[in-house]
Design a protein around this ligand. Sequence first.
Ligand SMILES: CC(C)(COP(=O)(O)OP(=O)(O)OC[C@H]1O[C@@H](n2cnc3c(N)ncnc32)[C@H](O)[C@@H]1OP(=O)(O)O)[C@@H](O)C(=O)NCCC(=O)NCCS
Length: 199
Amino acid sequence: MPHTLHSLKTIPASLLPRIAEIHLGDAGLLSKLGYPFVLRYFEGAIKDDRAFGFYAQDDGTGEIMGFSLASPEPSALTSKLTEDKGWFIQNIIKVIFTRPAAFLQMAISSITIRGQMYEPNTIECVYFTVDPTFRGRGLGRSLQKALMDEGRKQGYKKIYASVETWNIASLKATQANGFRIIKTFREGIYHRHRLESEL
Ligand SMILES: CC(C)(COP(=O)(O)OP(=O)(O)OC[C@H]1O[C@@H](n2cnc3c(N)ncnc32)[C@H](O)[C@@H]1OP(=O)(O)O)[C@@H](O)C(=O)NCCC(=O)NCCS
C-alpha cells in the first residue's frame, strides 16, 4: 500500500468532499450533524492559520485513504460553522427536525467545550480517520504521528486527544503513539478518555 502523506493545507478543493466522506466514518458529533456540516467544517479548517493536518494518498491510484487534523484551539474551527449566519440557521433548522438528538448533543458539547481550558503550547488531535478499506495497517497511527512531528516542529510541547472508551482501534493507535489516559469523562451520550503526550 505505497502512499504519501501531504499537508491538508495544499489539498485541491475538488478532493475536500472525499475528506468529508471519509470523516463520516467517525462516530462523533460532527458526523451526526450530517455531510453539509462536515464539508463546511473542513473548508474552514484548511483555511485556519493555526490548524494543520495531513492526508494520505495512494501513490498508484491517487485515492485518498485517510486524514488527520490538529489545532491549538479546536473550538475556533467549530465556530467557523456559524460564521455565515444564514447558512447556519438554514442547516441547523434541518438538523432540529431530522436529527433532534444530534442537536441536543451539540448543545451539551458546546457547554462542555466552553469549560475546557486550552493551555498554551499545546495542541489537540482533533480528528484522524482512515477509510475502512485501509484500516488496521498502521495508517491511522502514522497520520496521528505526523501531527505530533509537525506540532513538535512548530514548537508545541504537548498534544491532547479525546477518544470514546469503546473505540479500541483509536485507543490502540493513540497509545502506540505514546499517549496516556489522564481522565475519563461523560459528554452527553459520549463516554470518553482524555489522553495526552509530550511532544
Ligand atoms: C481509529 C482509526 C483512525 C485507526 O486507523 P487504522 O489505520 O486502522 O489504525 P492502525 O492500523 O494504525 O492501528 C489500529 C490498531 O487497532 C487495532 N484494531 C483495529 N480495529 C480493531 C478492533 N475492532 N478491535 C481491536 N483492535 C483493533 C489494529 O490491529 C491496530 O493495532 P496494532 O497496531 O496493535 O496492530 C480508524 O479505525 C478509523 O478511522 N476509525 C473511525 C474514525 C475514528 O474513530 N477516529 C478516531 C476518533 S478518536
